[in-house]
Design a protein around this ligand. Structure first.
Ligand code: M6R
Length: 614
């Protein structure tokens, strides 16, 4: 949530900052700004040029191009508003009273109210409604000659979270960065450095990076960088090589990242299975899981903690664990879990699931469990993310960068990873080798079956055209198709702004059915499984109230055409694996409805890719 970019080097900063902001725009996109230190002679008279705009980066870009700044040091920010509306004056960077210090911030300063009142009482003048502006004034209060020290002293007064970039007009060779709870990465070039909230903004310049850890402060000059803790102790930072391909962050031939990412799903499953699925033994080898066979055999319960789509992946994973591995499993929303009483025994295995690895609630839950002395494992996409560093083991899903705000391929990677872990657990417990092999074969065949679903995209587009003007939808399913219904409804509401409710099909008659009439269609996830007939009965209950029915069904199921107005078929697979296939038509359905309305699919209103605030 919010993106920070910084540049120090010998090139013009403006184009680099703007390019970086465009790469980070998915993190927040309601306003943006830059602060650039303009080159002047003598340098002592240099000034900070601040340009801010509400709305998308394009608006900022025009204003920056008009001003044509030439400075080669600057910071920039794209915002997802928390405190104060997304206006120009609330956009970052924020400045101190004199305009000498500029600050770009990601996170929330929780005690900003009391700090602001104290600063105002001592004569500081505020221009915005943001929590961030207190940082600019606090740093001003402590700033004499040493900017890094002023930032360090200011941060001692602050409660909350920050990723922070600070520059000052009289420091032409310095950016100060600090982190607590909000990621920052420093890209290392030749006599130039690129600061950013994530790797996508530095990848076109360098693959050599360092990751800032919580409680660290970085001084960056053209000649090098040094890191200290907020207690002023030197820290050695290890330079790491990014394992990312620059093409992976391009849209290529697709009109939207979301569509590209939907089409990448067969490859995502292949990547996640590669080297892990052991077909001959009907099991999985997962390096890095960090669980002994004895721990797996002794496990009494598995708990998944996640938010949003990742929590629906957890709900699908619950079915894998209970049906394949025979272990009771709970799925907890991180925002609730972190404040609940933790009733977790040492025989409970806790996983966090996250695409970004930066979701604030999930990180807080992770820390809460670890603080009780219990191991936490991760199912994570972004290598180098906070969760990937703080978990005790787990699995990367290797889905590659997911840029569309609506998560698609990460969900696919998450359920692939969870199925593999469940298979491994199952084989160490009561799953027979023949059952393990059957499931393994089922997993192995999934990529080509997902290709088959994608090949039917045009038919799904036509169905979407037929349904696009309805204002409300119910999404229904049973067992593992219930979380798929939840995920389908989430996709539709996120990108098309149409009200959609996911519901367990059997629960529908306990209330939601009151909504149903000819203007309130239902989408049923109804593969041929052991609850198929129950689901058909639920369809009839909807149709008896004149509700239209769109069904996702298994190829060869002629029966269902008697109960649904429209049917999209998915290939046959192992019943416990149908979620891998049934989610794809729902992603495409949501995509085509939003596309037909001309909406901004990759950056839906009010959302941001990575929710790094509570
Ligand atoms: O990065 P994470 O997987 O931790 O993110 C969790 C949710 O914020 C995320 O899945 C969100 O619900 C997406 N917008 C769903 O499309």
């Amino acid at each position: 949530m919010c993106g920070i970019v910084g540049y120090i080097g010998n090139k013009s900063a403006a184009p680099i900052l703007l390019e970086g902001l465009k790469r980070l725009e998915y993190r927040g996109y309601d306003s943006a700004g830059v602060a650039i230190l303009e080159n002047t002679n003598p340098p002592a008279q240099a000034g900070l040029l601040g340009i801010k705009k509400s709305g998308r980066i394009a608006a900022l870009e025009s204003a920056v191009n008009l001003a044509n700044p030439t400075g080669n040091l600057g910071i920039a920010h794209t915002r997802w508003a928390t405190h104060g509306a997304p206006t120009e004056k609330n956009a970052h960077p924020h400045f101190d009273c004199s305009g000498r210090i500029a600050v770009a911030h990601n996170g929330i300063i929780e005690n900003y109210g009391e700090i602001r009142r104290a600063l105002e009482a001592s004569g500081h003048f505020f221009k915005s409604e943001t929590d961030t502006e207190v940082l600019a004034h606090l740093i001003e209060k402590y700033y004499q000659e040493n900017l890094a020290e002023a930032v360090r002293l200011a941060l001692r007064h602050v409660r909350g979270t920050y990723g922070l970039a600070v520059i000052a007009a009289d420091q032409p060779n310095l950016i100060v960065a600090a982190r607590r709870g909000s990621p920052l990465i420093l890209g290392i070039g030749d006599d130039e450095y690129f600061l950013a909230s994530d790797a996508s903004a530095v990848l076109s310049h360098t693959n050599q990076v360092i990751y800032l850890s919580d409680g660290e402060l970085l001084r960056i000059s053209r000649q090098g960088f040094s890191a200290i803790t907020l207690d002023n102790k030197l820290v050695d930072k290890e330079i790491e090589t990014l394992d990312l391909d620059a093409m992976s962050i391009e849209k290529g031939v697709f009109p939207h990242y979301m569509l590209k990412e939907i089409y990448e799903q067969p490859q995502v499953v292949k990547n996640c299975l590669a080297g892990r699925l052991v077909l001959g033994e009907g099991t999985a080898h997962i390096g890095g899981l960090n669980l002994t066979d004895a721990e797996i055999r002794m496990a009494e319960r598995v708990v998944f903690v996640a938010c949003g789509t990742a929590s629906y992946a957890g709900m699908v994973g619950k079915h894998f664990f209970e049906e394949i591995a025979g272990i009771p499993c709970d799925v907890c929303l991180a925002s609730e879990f972190r404040y609940n009483r933790l009733l977790i025994s040492p025989q409970t295995i806790v996983f966090v699931i996250s695409q970004s690895g930066e979701t604030a609630d999930t990180i807080a839950a992770l820390r809460e469990v670890k603080q009780k002395g219990i191991k936490v494992l991760g199912v994570i996409n972004v290598v180098g993310s906070t969760m990937s560093r703080e978990t005790d083991g787990g699995m990367f899903i290797y889905a590659g960068p997911e840029i569309g705000v609506a998560s698609t391929k990460a969900f696919m990677g998450q359920i692939t990873a969870l199925s593999l872990i469940a298979l491994k657990f199952g084989r160490l417990r009561h799953l027979s080798v023949s059952e393990g092999k059957r499931i393994g074969q089922g997993l192995f065949k999934l990529p080509s079956k997902i290709e088959e679903v994608l090949a039917g995209a045009e038919r799904i587009r036509q169905i979407a055209e037929k349904y696009k003007d309805f204002k409300n939808f119910l999404y229904l399913g049973r067992k593992a198709s219930f979380p798929i219904a939840m995920e389908g409804a989430l996709k539709l509401k996120e990108i098309s702004y149409i009200h959609a409710e996911g519901c367990a099909a059997g629960e529908m008659k306990h209330g939601p059915i009151a909504l149903v009439d000819e203007n309130f269609p239902s989408v049923f996830v109804a593969p041929r499984d052991d609850v198929y007939e129950k689901t058909i009965s639920n369809m009839e209950e909807i149709r008896a109230r004149k509700g239209k029915v769109l069904a996702i069904a298994t190829a060869g199921d002629e029966e269902i055409t008697r109960h649904a107005d429209d049917v999209v078929y998915i290939p046959q697979t192992e019943p416990c694996l149908s979620s891998f296939l049934s989610v794809v038509p729902l992603q495409l359905f949501a995509y085509f409805i939003a596309a037909s309305k001309g909406l901004d699919i990759d950056k839906p209103r009010n959302l941001a890719k990575s929710v790094t605030v509570e």
